[in-house]
Design a protein around this ligand. Structure first.
Ligand SMILES: Cc1ncc(COP(=O)(O)O)c(C=O)c1O
Length: 352
């Protein structure tokens, strides 16, 4: 069903036409199964180009699988993963990281705007000092962009990864919205990841125009040695893998991934500028990617809902130093590659 003014998620829109076309083209003839087809080999090679080095890349179907498998590859069952306390891996994945790793513990550090800091991360790792009586510190996981729509600069990523590296720990990046972060930052994919100390990246595509594909990208090949087994064992090795690879290839072709993300970010900026001007509305967080978080009067929220607007009432803490008053609601609006200026303007008109 067509729901106009739908800002509930970047998953609510369909598939980029070019990616649908690529799927149709991949449908012709026969191909080797289980990832030994030409599309998969080409997608792996293309990811090496994008990241300007040899990477070990594996396609999976969901972001939850990408994160959980990436963490399982670098964290023993008795290990601990430090992340932000509102990270997707800890609040939105139904314990999959714990399941796939065979029992690792996720520990949430605090931090404004969905971001952890070297100090909060170091403090949390420091609580684990009693040897085998506690989980072994193993991985730092950061989200880029974060669940609260903010981004880490390459310098911030490097400072965080240094905290992990000093302790001989690994750094994982949840890049479900990596393209949106990159589109905002003046840097390369390499600078935002391995050049800043990231060991493994969950590289998202689904939210930004694909039908359903993500890549687990290892910058340290040693971590990927047994990954094929992990992926198969968890049901993420797709027999007709060419359909995942065809999506990834079309996504990366002609900078489509960055163009889509830039568009989504621009729509978020448009929405943010208009919402900032509404009486009684506050935007407590920077709009770094494709998410707009707003504290709005309850009356405005009810008016928008009555007119069919869709967005999330944010369940987490979110606004940091700002507080949500008794007659206010804290909401999240997400834009996507397909959100139009008319969609944004319709929402703003409904709010006015
Ligand atoms: C930060 C983040 N990571 C990962 C995911 C991937 O989740 P899924 O398993 O729904 O593809 C999401 C989806 O909302 C997300 O917001």
């Amino acid at each position: 069903m067509l729901t106009p003014m739908n800002f509930n998620s970047d998953n609510v829109h369909g598939v980029d036409e070019a990616i649908l076309t690529a799927l149709g083209e991949a449908n012709a003839g026969t191909a080797r199964a289980y990832g030994y087809d030409d599309w998969t080999l080409a997608a792996e090679a293309r990811l090496c180009e994008v990241f300007e080095r040899d990477v070990a890349a594996f396609l999976v179907v969901t972001g939850t699988a990408a994160n959980s498998l990436a963490l399982a590859a670098c964290c023993p069952p008795y290990g601990a993963v430090v992340c932000h306390h509102e990270a997707h891996i800890v609040v939105d994945e139904c314990g999959a990281p714990e399941l796939f790793s065979g029992g690792a513990r996720l520990m949430g550090a605090r931090g404004a705007g969905g971001k952890v800091t070297p100090a909060t991360v170091a403090a949390l790792f420091a609580t684990l000092g009693r040897g085998e009586h506690e989980q072994r510190p193993s991985v730092l996981s950061i989200s880029e962009a974060t669940e609260l729509g903010t981004v880490y600069t390459p310098a911030e990523v490097a400072a965080l990864a240094a905290v992990a590296r000093e302790r001989r720990l690994r750094t994982h990046m949840d890049g479900a919205r990596f393209a949106n972060a990159l589109a905002r930052l003046a840097c390369t994919p390499a600078e935002l990841t391995w050049k800043s100390g990231v060991d493994v990246l969950s590289f998202g595509a689904t939210k930004n125009g694909a039908m359903g594909v993500e890549a687990v990208v290892f910058f340290d090949a040693a971590l990927a040695t047994d990954f094929r087994y992990l992926r198969k064992r968890t049901g993420q090795l797709v027999s007709k893998n060419r359909f995942l690879a065809a999506q990834m290839l079309a996504y990366l072709a002609d900078d489509r991934w960055l163009r889509n993300a830039r568009h989504a970010n621009t729509m978020a900026d448009r929405l943010a500028a208009a919402f900032r001007a509404l009486p009684g509305v506050r935007l407590p967080l920077p709009v770094d990617a494709n998410a707009v978080f707003a504290i709005v009067p309850r009356a405005l929220h009810e008016r928008l809902q009555a007119q069919g607007a869709r967005y999330l009432v944010w369940p987490g803490e979110g606004p940091g130093t700002d507080t949500v008053g008794e007659h206010e609601v804290f909401i999240r609006l997400l834009t996507s590659f397909r959100t139009s200026a008319a969609d944004v303007d319709a929402l703003v008109a409904a709010a006015g």
